[in-house]
Ligand binder design. Structure first.
Ligand code: SAH
Length: 256
C-alpha cells in the first residue's frame, strides 16, 4: 500500500477559489487537502496569522498577496479582499484564500464566499483546526469533560458589527466551557460581566498565548484574576473560562 494518503487526488481548478483554514500555528496542523491545494495555487491571498512554513509550501512562482494587518495596524478593507479574489478567479487563476485557524470561525469566510457566489465564482471550503481546538489541545485543556462541562461556546471578545453587547446573562448561567477569541484587550470587561451576571469568581480560567507554536504560554488562575493574567499575555491569545482549565496543571504536555 502506498504510504501517502491517496484517498482522493484533489486538483485545484482554474478560475476557482479554495478557502483554506491554515490551523492555529503549528504548520503540521494543516490538513492534507489544504497542503495539496496550496502547492497547486497560482495565487495565495493570506492573512496575518498564517505561519511562514505554510506559505513556503506555495510554488516559487505563485503570487502571494498579503491582506492582513499592516505595521500601522490598518487592514486591507474587506471589500478590497473580496475584489481581489473575484478578479484573480475571473482571470482564470487557481486561487487559495488562506486564513488562520478555520475560515468559518471568526474568520469572515462566509462573507467572502457570499461575494464569490454573487459573481458566480466557483469555490470550495477546506476546514482548518480552529484556535479553540488547537490551543486547548496543546495546553492539556479538554474543552468538554464529563466531570466539568457538557458543552462549549466560542465567543468573540470584539464588539459586534452592529454594536450589540454579548449576552452575558446566558453565558454566566451556563455550565459551559467559554472560549473568547480576540478578548485580550477586553479581559476586564469579560471578567466583570461574567461575575456580575452570577459566574463564580473562583472558577478557573486560562489564557493561552501563541497556542500550538513553540513559544506557547499558558496563564492559569481564577476568574477574578483574569484581568491581571491578561496584563502578562500578548496577542494572539484565547481566554478560556471554566473548570476544565484546572486540568492544565495535570495534563499539560507541550510546555513540559
Ligand atoms: N479563524 C481563526 C480565528 C480568527 S480571530 C480560528 O479559527 O482560529 C483571531 C483570534 O483567534 C485571535 O485574536 C486569538 O484570540 C485567536 N487565535 C488565533 N490563533 C491563535 C493561537 N495560535 N493561539 C491563541 N489564540 C489564537
Amino acid at each position: 500500500m502506498n504510504s501517502d494518503i491517496a484517498v482522493k487526488n484533489h486538483d485545484l481548478k482554474a478560475g476557482f477559489v479554495s478557502l483554506v483554514g491554515a490551523g492555529p500555528g503549528d504548520p503540521d496542523l494543516l490538513t492534507v487537502k489544504g497542503y495539496r491545494v496550496i502547492q497547486q495555487a497560482e495565487v495565495v491571498v493570506y492573512d496575518r496569522l498564517v505561519s511562514e512554513q505554510i506559505l513556503a509550501l506555495a510554488d516559487a512562482n505563485a503570487e502571494l498577496i498579503y491582506v492582513g494587518k499592516k505595521l500601522d495596524f490598518h487592514c486591507v478593507p474587506q471589500e478590497q479582499i473580496n475584489q481581489i479574489l473575484v478578479q484573480k478567479a475571473q482571470e482564470g487563476k487557481r486561487v487559495v484564500r488562506l486564513k488562520g485557524g478555520d475560515s468559518f470561525i471568526f474568520g469572515r469566510g462566509g462573507e467572502e464566499l457570499e461575494e464569490l457566489a454573487e459573481y458566480g465564482v466557483a469555490y470550495e471550503v477546506v476546514p482548518g483546526i480552529t484556535a479553540a481546538a488547537g490551543a486547548t489541545a496543546y495546553a492539556g485543556i479538554p474543552l468538554t469533560h464529563r466531570d466539568h462541562a457538557q458543552s462549549v461556546q466560542f465567543i468573540t471578545g470584539h464588539v459586534q458589527k452592529d454594536g450589540r453587547e454579548i449576552e452575558w446573562q446566558s453565558l454566566a448561567q451556563s455550565n459551559n466551557t467559554l472560549v473568547f477569541y480576540m478578548g485580550l484587550k477586553q479581559s476586564g470587561h469579560i471578567m466583570d460581566n461574567l461575575i456580575a451576571h452570577g459566574l463564580d469568581p473562583q472558577i478557573s480560567c486560562a489564557i493561552i498565548e501563541n497556542g500550538t507554536r513553540p513559544e506557547q504560554r499558558v496563564f492559569q488562575g481564577k476568574l477574578n484574576e483574569l484581568a491581571l493574567l491578561a496584563e502578562q499575555a500578548q496577542s494572539p491569545a484565547l481566554i478560556v473560562v471554566g473548570s476544565v482549565t484546572e486540568l492544565h496543571n495535570k495534563l499539560d504536555w507541550f510546555n513540559k
